[in-house]
Design a protein around this ligand. Structure first.
Ligand SMILES: [Zn+2]
Length: 757
């Protein structure tokens, strides 16, 4: 056996020596020097030190870094625009900003870069592709230890990225040197294009702050449907707005004279101006974007040396019929509405988006595509969109997109965050890379022996999504998929993958921790779903002594696991814009208590007839009978909640016969950004003929602005009544309060259940 092994080593060495290679390090020694220009750029210097540091870690050899003013040596690695290039034709090629060319001449190695960061990216490519160096996160790297480090002598690797600007918001990747490694054109300070931007997005509020202008000039701002002026957006048909805005913009530009891109764009609110003048232009243009482009073009004319960027987002997504963006106008085109379970290019649900995309592509080639990669409403829900990332990126570049901003998880952790950030960055650099190989490489490198099991989980998750054909919404929930890819039995099969993954790395604490963190989305999905089947194995309540409902120990265990590992990995929120981990735990601990209030087995309203005096529109659960069906709406409002817009309403429950009762519990929801508020109060009334009602209790509720999201049971207790009909008269919050971003627009009241005891 020993001989065989010896023979194998001999063969390997034999192959290596007969192949023509450049020996950068030969059995622990190197004669090479790293050469950079005398006047070097940031990228050239970083490239030189990245190479030096790698060789030191990998082969324990420290190569000197010298300027190109030193005498030529026989063995050199030239990085960037050194004078060494003057004598070879490759010195003249155009590599644009971030392209690079790695090649050899004799015993010399050249890493030539474009005017931006190409030199550094060329070094990165060398280390990664030829010498197997990996960086999977800002802290996890794999450095192969080697005695000899060689390169094929005929290496000739030239790459120019198809996207000239590659930006990604993913907090877990937000580290300067790691962003460089991922070849992203952003820094940790600006999550966009290395500080070239003065304003990034949603700048109307900054340019014309309502605090400064609204009181004296309400006419600068949105007119809502009722003819009132509100400070949500600007009234762009008002010529004064252009002058005032440009004066403000001048001041900002003075502060940042080097910034090239200036966003002049709508706020993050739907409430655009409905005044007659603005509306007339929307009509002519077939879209509110027409007025936006006319306005932005006028700004761009005043700043011919800057690029004025604006949004094609939500109400401005559809391109205009007549207006055409000037050459110094950039369009940030956003795909926030798109389904994520199928590639945009072929998904029937994305037809309207495709029409808009090709419309804009005909108008301009200065398009930044704003892509959304995670479930923002629930950052820990399993979100199987990996199979769409590549076809979508290819679709974007096929449609005149020159720049992409991939918006990911704003929290430092979240569902498969390191993997998704890594894959997205690879696709931003090369939309045609072998993405399956990238995923495999990451999983093996980052999770070790557990990687294969996590791969199985990811495959299973995506296979199930394809099998069920369901959609995937960036504002969805784990409840949307309870009958689909997140059904209880499918969750069990995913858990089995993680059991095997944990088993495979049980003796390695570091890897085991990574696997336990990767499991969090399954724990989260089960916690979320526990409210839908509240009593039983998967519920938040179990039957206790005396038939009472007790909080389930396994639910508490899962909640504790979720809380502990979220805290450990630095997660602050479970949703992009609300719900801290502490708030989540409080809510989830309060949930069983709320359920007990609503689900007592003595509830006399259960299954009884319900009527309401207002029509149901968007939030209709399974109709009015949902109020007494014993199924509560879960944390997310899009399941089992009845919603009433704007006006007061009444719910009447017919108990079927006269009953004695002294308590009525009604459960409501608040989600401030979704314009949903717990009512100002309720009146409980009783009757025996469903005509003459007698009031028995009035309850007031004070709005709790500190909680962006909450559910609450309003409990009305009163002297025992013997009645057949119970009426709950709901005094709603009719419009968003003045402090709200959608001030004075219609608000919703959501109710899920009424219990009578
Ligand atoms: Zn207007």
């Amino acid at each position: 056996m020993m001989n065989m092994r010896y023979l194998l080593i001999l063969l390997l060495f034999g192959c290596l020596s007969c192949q023509k290679v450049l020996k950068i390090v030969d059995r622990g020694k190197s004669e090479y020097v790293i050469v950079i220009p005398h006047s070097y750029s940031d990228a050239e210097l970083k490239g030189a030190y990245a190479l030096q540091s790698f060789l030191e870690k990998s082969a324990k050899v420290r190569l000197p870094v010298v300027h190109d003013t030193t005498a030529w040596a026989e063995k050199e690695i030239s990085i960037g625009s050194t004078n060494r290039l003057h004598h070879i034709t490759e010195g003249n090629e155009d590599l644009q900003d971030d392209g690079f060319h790695v090649f050899t001449r004799g015993e010399k190695l050249y890493i030539k870069g474009g005017t931006g960061y190409g030199s550094l990216y060329g070094v990165n490519e060398l280390l990664e592709k030829y010498w197997d160096y990996r960086r999977y996160t800002s802290t996890v790297e794999i450095v192969p230890e080697r005695q000899s480090i060689v390169l094929p002598v005929d290496i000739d690797d030239k790459q120019i990225p198809v996207l000239s600007s590659r930006n990604m918001l993913y907090r877990c990747a937000d580290d300067e040197s790691f962003l460089d490694w991922l070849r992203l054109t952003q820094t940790t300070i600006n999550s966009n294009d290395r500080g070239k931007w003065g304003f990034w997005v949603h700048s109307f509020g900054t340019l014309l702050p309502a605090k400064r202008y609204f009181k004296e000039h309400p006419e600068y701002y949105t007119m809502n449907e009722n003819g009132e002026r509100v400070p949500s957006q600007l009234c762009l048909s008002n010529p004064e707005v252009l002058d005032v805005l440009c004066k403000e913009l001048d001041k900002w530009m003075e502060k940042k004279p080097d910034a090239v891109y200036w966003s002049v764009s709508q706020n993050d609110s739907y409430n655009y101006c409905k005044c007659p003048e603005c509306s007339k232009i929307y009509e002519e243009e077939g879209s509110p974007s027409g007025l936006m482009i006319r306005f932005v073009n006028q700004v761009a004319k005043r700043y011919p040396h800057k690029i004025i960027s604006t949004l094609a987002y939500q109400f401005t997504r559809k391109p205009p019929k007549c207006a055409k963006p000037l050459s110094n106008v950039n369009i940030m085109f956003c795909n926030i509405e798109c389904n994520r379970s199928k590639p945009i290019a072929e998904d029937p649900a994305s037809k309207a988006f495709r029409e808009d995309m090709s419309g804009w592509a005909k108008l301009t080639d200065n398009i930044l595509l704003w892509d959304y990669m995670v479930q923002f409403s629930n950052l820990y829900t399993p979100f199987p969109n990996f199979r769409t990332l590549q076809p979508n990126m290819q679709y974007f570049v096929d449609n005149n997109v020159c720049s992409v901003f991939a918006q990911g998880n704003p929290q430092p952790a979240g569902e498969l965050c390191h993997l998704r950030a890594y894959v997205a960055a690879k696709l931003l650099w090369n939309p045609y890379c072998d993405v399956e190989a990238v995923i495999d490489d990451f999983l093996t490198g980052y999770y070790g022996a557990a990687g294969i099991h996590i791969r199985n989980y990811i495959d299973l998750l995506h296979d199930n999504l394809e099998l069920t054909g369901e959609g995937l919404n960036i504002f969805g929930t784990a409840l949307d998929a309870i009958d689909g890819y997140l059904s209880p039995s499918r969750l069990d099969s995913y858990k089995a993958c993680f059991d095997r993954a944990e088993e495979a790395v049980k003796s390695n604490k570091e890897l085991l921790d990574r696997v336990k963190i990767a499991r969090l989305p399954l724990v989260f999905a089960e916690l979320e779903q526990a409210a839908l089947t509240p009593v039983g194995d998967r519920g938040l309540l179990g039957a206790g002594n005396n038939d009472s409902l007790q909080i389930s120990p396994s639910y508490l265990g899962s909640l504790d696991y979720f809380y502990t590992y979220c805290k450990r990995n630095g997660t602050n929120r479970i949703c992009e814009w609300r719900t801290t981990i502490d708030e989540y735990r409080d809510e989830m601990l309060d949930m069983p208590e709320q359920y007990r209030k609503m689900m007592g087995k003595e509830n006399k309203a259960l299954g009884k007839n319900v009527s309401v005096n207002r029509p149901l529109s968007i939030y209709k659960a399974d109709g009015v009978m949902s109020v007494t069906d014993g199924i509560l709406g879960a944390r997310n409002f899009n399941r089992n909640w009845l919603g009433f817009k704007h006006e007061n309403f009444e719910i009447v429950i017919d108990l079927g016969r006269q009953e004695m009762f002294s308590r009525v519990n009604t459960r409501f929801l608040q989600s401030i950004y979704d314009r949903m508020f717990i009512p100002n109060g309720i009146d409980v009334l009783v009757s025996n003929d469903n005509k003459r009602f007698v009031p028995v209790k009035k309850i007031a509720n004070e709005m709790d602005r500190s909680k962006i999201y909450k559910t609450k049971v309003l409990e009305a207790t009163f002297a025992p009544q013997n009645s057949r009909y119970v009426k709950i008269r709901v005094d709603v919050v009719p419009v968003c309060p003045s402090w709200h971003q959608d001030a004075k627009t219609d608000a919703w009241t959501l109710v899920d259940e009424v219990a009578v005891y």
